[in-house]
Design a protein around this ligand. Structure first.
Ligand code: SAM
Length: 294
């Protein structure tokens, strides 16, 4: 909706609209509204929104980022759980005729179907200042349910952004790093301090862009087993891979099998999950398949 200039994204107008509707912040919904136009510009730039794009926004709040998105994209669907924000959104988004609001818990929305209906099944861009209490289920839900995505650009807790982009050997490397990197290439576009939000969160934040792959960078014969192995490997961080995997009997991977596979791969028997790359986890999964005890 070119032509309209976003009016929110600063403390004065945010306070004014909150007072007008006597809005009460709901802590349980992770409500921290952006009040800094520079950060909003950065998010829109990192997401590379063009007039061709259809955007899904999760948690529009009072519509601050929604205004920016609507001004840049072809269309926006924003999903907001808090009913109290609906009259506010109607007010702040009047004049933008390319925005639709859905009042629902995002975890209950069929986003695949939404992309089909709104954009003919072509990839959509997800952009959000996420509610931090459900960051991981939202992001993993997008990937695992195969929502057609071209990118996901989101504000998350700084530590979570670090975990998403960490590689082997780093203290932040774990199951989340591998799960995200199986589907997308992460890139931290900005660090954002608490004073850019109202109310201020207790933690630092970061904008991360996840550029989704058309094909996963590795090919495992059994994707579900790959992720089960990854989870088991990081369940007990200080354990060796041999002990970690044998600790989960449902996997059917004894210490002996792991030892054999590690030797085949030229890895030491004492190796820990945190030392393995995604490629190595995929190779390990394929090799384990040949020996599994069921
Ligand atoms: N986008 C706004 C901004 O940047 O100012 C608000 C971001 S705020 C961090 C997170 C928003 O997500 C809130 O508006 C909150 O009510 C909403 N929210 C929380 N849980 C949700 C859920 N399960 N489904 C949809 N929206 C949710």
């Amino acid at each position: 909706m070119a032509g309209l200039t976003p009016s929110l994204g600063n403390p004065q107008n945010t306070i004014e609209i909150l007072n007008k509707y006597r809005f009460v912040f709901q802590k349980k919904y992770g409500q921290n509204f952006l009040i800094d136009s520079h950060v909003l510009d950065k998010i829109i730039r990192a997401a590379e929104i063009t007039e061709e794009d259809y955007v899904v926004e999760i948690g529009p709040g009072i519509g601050t980022m929604t205004q920016y998105l609507a001004a840049a994209a072809k269309g926006v669907t924003a999903i907001e759980i808090d009913r109290a924000l609906l009259p506010i959104l109607q007010d702040t988004l009047q004049g933008y005729d390319n925005v639709e609001i859905i009042n629902e818990d995002v975890l209950k929305v069929d986003l695949r179907k939404l992309a089909e209906e709104k954009h003919g099944g072509r990839p959509v861009k997800v952009v959000a200042n996420l509610p931090y209490y459900i960051t991981t289920p939202i992001i993993m839900g997008l990937f695992e349910k195969y929502v057609p995505l071209s990118s996901v650009t989101v504000m998350v807790q700084k530590e979570v952004a670090e975990r998403m982009q960490a590689g082997p050997g780093s203290k932040d490397y774990g199951a989340l790093s591998l799960a995200v990197q199986y589907y997308a290439k992460p890139y931290v576009a900005a660090n954002v301090p608490p004073n850019c939000f109202m109310p201020r969160p207790k933690v630092g934040s970061a904008v991360i862009r996840l550029q989704t792959y058309e094909q996963p960078p590795v090919k495992a014969k059994d994707e579900a087993l790959l992720f089960a192995i990854i989870r088991a490997s990081f369940n007990q961080r200080r354990k060796t891979l041999q002990n970690g995997l044998s600790h989960v009997p449902e996997l059917g991977i004894s210490k002996e099998i792991t030892a054999k596979v590690l030797t085949e791969m030229g890895l030491p028997a004492s190796v820990r999950g945190e030392a393995l790359t995604l490629e190595q986890f995929a190779e390990l999964t394929d090799r384990v398949l040949a020996y599994r005890q069921f």
